[in-house]
Design a protein. Structure first.
Lengths: 497, 152
């Protein structure tokens, strides 16, 4: 991975430059969503001289204005206050960003390039044409410069050291994951180089318009072509946007939902892929809790099937992690400063669905874990608990109903026996693959450059396109593919039919 | 969207001829039913049982937050939560209903078990984010006094 030195953060766009949507707007190219896919698409197209309008359902929130991972941030920058769930046994909680910049404003900021073997597999199994993995990795180089991907200067936080220390003791492969952060004057707290600080200002400098608090309800389509979008403005009044081309970049849940609401059929929303995670809280002799940041280390000894990392651990989230077995774990909450929360994430073989129904504003999301997924979650949680003990944890509190606390290796067997995925708090933050790209009939929803099958001017350009879950944080993959596809759109004159 | 939905909704409701179940479903989906009266009593009982030392005023504040979050849920999830909420609210109105409710929520019933879990998750997240020194029984004042003494 190319790692650039920490750059001076670019100036943010003054909020005055962000538009309030109006009832009637038009553009050559409408981009729906301003996250990792939408912002990069906007920058490429605007810099190519196209008339670009980006609409975002959420509000513009200045980076640093809210406490990271707080309930207020959940209210203002997440969809449904962060309370969204894929129904199943167990149901899987997930989160989606809903603000200018999308998920890049609120996620951990950890950067992973798309693995080369995964790119090869996608190309072959989904027949992605004109796709050179090396070209995509060259785009990743650019992205890394643009968003200042770099390691943290100086030392690591103690919760991060816990992961390193435990993995080292077990001889497990681990390392620091660089982040899209700038660290002016080597300050330990970085400034997140999210879309509102990078690609959105760049797009706007090139003439793109950004309108916030504007929800797109449906696209008006006829004969495989969309000509306008029905919108709802912040005050509830309806609006319309006319356009020649539209890029749907609302993320892996909202993009297929919008296409379905617009009457577009095909392989849309049928193959939701996620990285399910289970969690535990670990208590240490010393106070180590960092409420507003996450560890930068990840343990990849069992990757791609299984990875370990650290979660946000403010007092509210510590209490949540103890909730499943509150009767026996409750005393630990008084020592939240000594507790940090960690996760085991798996590459799932299960699949989910996104379905929209008439007159319902939001889609219904479902997900089913396979037996192999359940076994992997069980072994993942046990290995993570072992790692915590090796790192010096006094006590480990797994997040599932009926969980015993773990104080030594003997307790691990008891914990494994008691574990069942249906009793666990399973969640995910990586959602993808609901409109997979490629030419393979019956398994893809869009062509090799994101043009929705059967349509002549409707593109998808976000995490929905990734054919499967990549096994690593997907944002880098999303950005690289979005830039590739946008460049192809420009090179082909924006008139692919 | 909202006004347009209401308009469409009026038409739909008229078309279905006043079918009560259909109307309830529609009103729940269209966010015309506020969550607080539906989930409030159950959330309050649950918090009183889990965190008995949380003062009534603080408990009401937490319940208000829970209802606010339920109102913001995606439509289908909100519909399900309010259906369950209606069931439990009815149960609580019956003598001995809380005992039955406690029995039900202790069972590993799919979806039913998710309801108290949602209430607890939201409530606990709020309590410990706003008053991190709260004791496991919900005593905010004692914990804060202890902090004050330590500081002094």
């Amino acid at each position: 991975m190319t790692v650039s030195p920490a750059a001076v953060p670019p100036a943010t766009v003054p909020p005055a430059a962000v538009l309030r949507a109006t009832a009637a707007m038009d553009a050559d190219v409408l981009i729906i969503g301003s996250g990792a896919g939408g912002a990069t698409t906007a920058a490429v197209l605007a810099e190519a001289g196209l008339d670009v309008l980006v609409v975002e359902e959420g509000e513009w929130v200045e980076q640093g204005a809210l406490v990271p991972f707080s309930l207020e941030q959940m209210d203002r920058q997440y969809r449904a206050g962060g309370v969204t769930v894929a129904l199943g046994l167990p149901s899987i909680a997930y989160t989606e960003g809903r603000c200018a910049g999308g998920g890049t404003e609120v996620n951990s900021g950890l950067y992973w390039r798309p693995p080369g073997d995964v790119l090869q597999r996608w190309r072959e199994q989904f027949r992605i044409v004109d796709f050179d993995p090396d070209e995509l990795l060259a785009i990743a180089d650019e992205v890394e410069r643009d968003i200042s991907v770099c390691p943290a200067p100086g030392g690591y936080t103690e919760p991060s050291e816990v992961l390193r220390r435990g993995a080292d003791a077990l001889g497990w492969r681990n390392g620091e994951i660089p982040r899209w952060m700038a660290y002016p004057n080597d300050q330990p707290h970085g400034q997140r180089q999210s879309m509102t600080r990078t690609y959105l200002p760049r797009a706007m400098r090139a003439g793109a318009r950004l309108a916030v608090e504007c929800r797109v309800d449906r696209l008006r389509c006829g004969a495989g072509r969309a000509s306008s979008a029905d919108t709802t403005l912040a005050d509830g009044t309806p609006g319309t946007i006319t356009f020649r081309h539209v890029f749907v970049c609302g993320g892996a849940i909202q993009s297929p939902a919008l296409l379905q609401r617009s009457g577009i059929r095909g392989h849309i929303g049928r193959t939701l892929a996620v990285h399910p995670t289970v969690k535990l809280a670990a208590r240490f002799p010393e106070a180590l809790n960092v409420p507003d940041d996450v560890p930068v280390h990840q343990v990849k000894e069992f990757a791609p099937h299984l990875s370990f990392g650290g979660s946000a651990s403010n007092p509210g989230l510590v209490a949540l992690s103890l909730l499943d077995q509150w009767a026996t774990f409750q005393q630990a909450v008084t020592q939240w400063q000594h507790i940090s929360v960690y996760y085991a994430a798996i590459t799932s073989e299960g699949l989910g669905r996104v379905r929209s129904f008439p007159r319902m504003k939001d889609p219904v999301v479902t997900y089913g874990l396979t037996l192999r997924d359940r076994a992997l979650l069980r072994s993942g949680l046990a290995r993570l608990a072992l790692l915590m003990l090796e790192a010096g944890a006094l006590e480990v509190y797994p997040s599932f109903k009926g969980a015993p606390s773990v104080r030594n290796r003997r307790d691990l067997a008891t914990m494994q026996q008691a574990f069942s995925a249906t009793k666990a708090s399973v969640m995910t933050v990586h959602l993808c693959s609901t409109v997979p790209m490629g030419e393979l009939e019956g398994r893809t929803g869009a062509d090799s450059f994101g043009l929705v099958h059967g349509c002549s001017n409707i593109y998808v350009n976000d995490a929905s396109l990734l054919p499967t879950a990549p096994g690593v944080n997907p944002q880098a993959s999303v950005m690289a593919f979005a830039i590739r596809n946008a460049r192809h759109f420009v090179a082909s004159g924006g008139r692919r039919a | 969207m909202f006004s347009r939905s209401l308009k469409v909704g009026t038409t739909t409701t008229q078309r279905t001829g006043g079918d009560a179940i259909s109307q309830l479903r529609f009103h729940l989906l269209m966010r015309q039913v506020p969550a607080l009266p539906v989930v409030g009593s159950f959330a309050e009982r649950l918090l009183a049982a889990d965190l008995p030392d949380l003062t009534a005023a603080k408990r009401r504040e937490v319940v208000g937050f829970i209802a606010h979050r339920v109102d913001a849920l995606p439509s289908f999830t909100r519909f399900g939560v309010l259906l369950l909420g209606t069931f439990f609210r009815t149960l609580l109105a019956v003598p001995g209903g809380w005992g039955v409710a406690r029995l039900l929520i202790a069972l590993p019933l799919p979806l039913v078990a998710e309801y108290p879990r949602l209430m607890r998750s939201l409530g606990f997240a709020y309590v410990w984010e706003h008053w991190p020194a709260t004791t496991p029984t919900g005593d905010v004042a004692v914990a804060n006094a202890a902090i004050g003494e330590a500081a002094a």
